[in-house]
Design a binder for this molecule. Sequence first.
Ligand code: PLP
Length: 388
Amino acid sequence: MNIFEADKKYIAGTYKRFPVDIVSGKGSILKDSAGKEYIDMGCGIGVTSFGIADEQWRRAVIEQTGKVQHTSNLYYTEPCVRLAEMLCERTGMKKVFFSNSGAEANECAIKAARKYAAEKHGPDCYTVVTLNNSFHGRTLTTLAATGQEHYHELYRPLTPGFESIDAGDLEGLKKLAGSVKIAAVRIECVQGEGGVVPVSRGFVSGLREWCTENDVIMIVDEVQTGNGRSGALYAYMTYGIVPDVVSTAKGLAGGLPLGATLLGDKVQDVFGFGDHGSTFGGSPVCYAAAISVLSRIDNPLLAAVRQKAGYMREQFTGAPGITGVTGLGLLMGLSTVRPAAEIVGELIGDGVLCLTAKDKVRLMPALNIPPEVLETAVGRIKAACAGT
Ligand code: PLP
């Protein structure tokens, strides 16, 4: 049985994979078993922040695997504490809970907000408000938080206590607050899975003000937008606000599973012993990888991310077959005349791996993609969008 057949036989059928088997790679170039090369414009859905088998990242991972790979959370380890310290110092958040994925980071954020609200405002204060068109994960609770009905259909009943409003609808939120007690509001600054749709600055600052006035926890989901992808360390930083809780994962450890929930002033002490936990909660190897990733996301790197994003935007805006460009930094969405899925499928043949997000072509190259590689990819994407 070849791997396509074996995959069909043995892997649960949740993923519609492209017919590509990746065997190796370096930086922004991936290789399949026939030796064909692909430019990676998706980074495993925004995970491999510094590309494939990056030397600095590998050194950090290999060094830590030679020391200790897992201890459980019953003991102290240096990489765990140093990573938390780094995250807090760079964000102003106060404490961190580590997990293994974006969904878990979001679950933890909900637990923190609900516990805070119950203690402060009573047990009937538990409603979490999210935005229509959002995406927050696949667990039953983060699905309840996800404001897209089609994800809910097969799995009812979902966790109760979730409501959604349209992005921008501050009045709708205020009206809702008249009928339920709101514990938290959660947003993505750019709705990634929702089609790379940025949320407006006015709405985000209005939301921040309203949450402060009403002692409602403001959670920003930085799973997709975080860790340098937006051109800032976290996308909320470009909106000039400070959330109460930030959740992140994906690119944090550059290719190893790690989620982090950053707890700000208000909720920093909400959890006590036994209130939450995880056997893995990342691992020293994931923490070492994340320290290596975060230590490279400095001002020059972020300026280069913004410059590359500017170059892409300029190239794609008004190009034949492209009707719109959205996003922030190196999270970019292209509205296209031809169906996005068709374009992304064709680009595989042209040696470029891209993503879709709803009806858009979604691009998330490595933060350090070399300019000449980016230029080649952009040329091929433009040609595919134009249908030439
Ligand atoms: N939140 C956002 C904004 C995401 O984009 C995703 C995944 O795409 C998640 C949460 C879920 O992350 P994970 O798949 O790591 O659980």
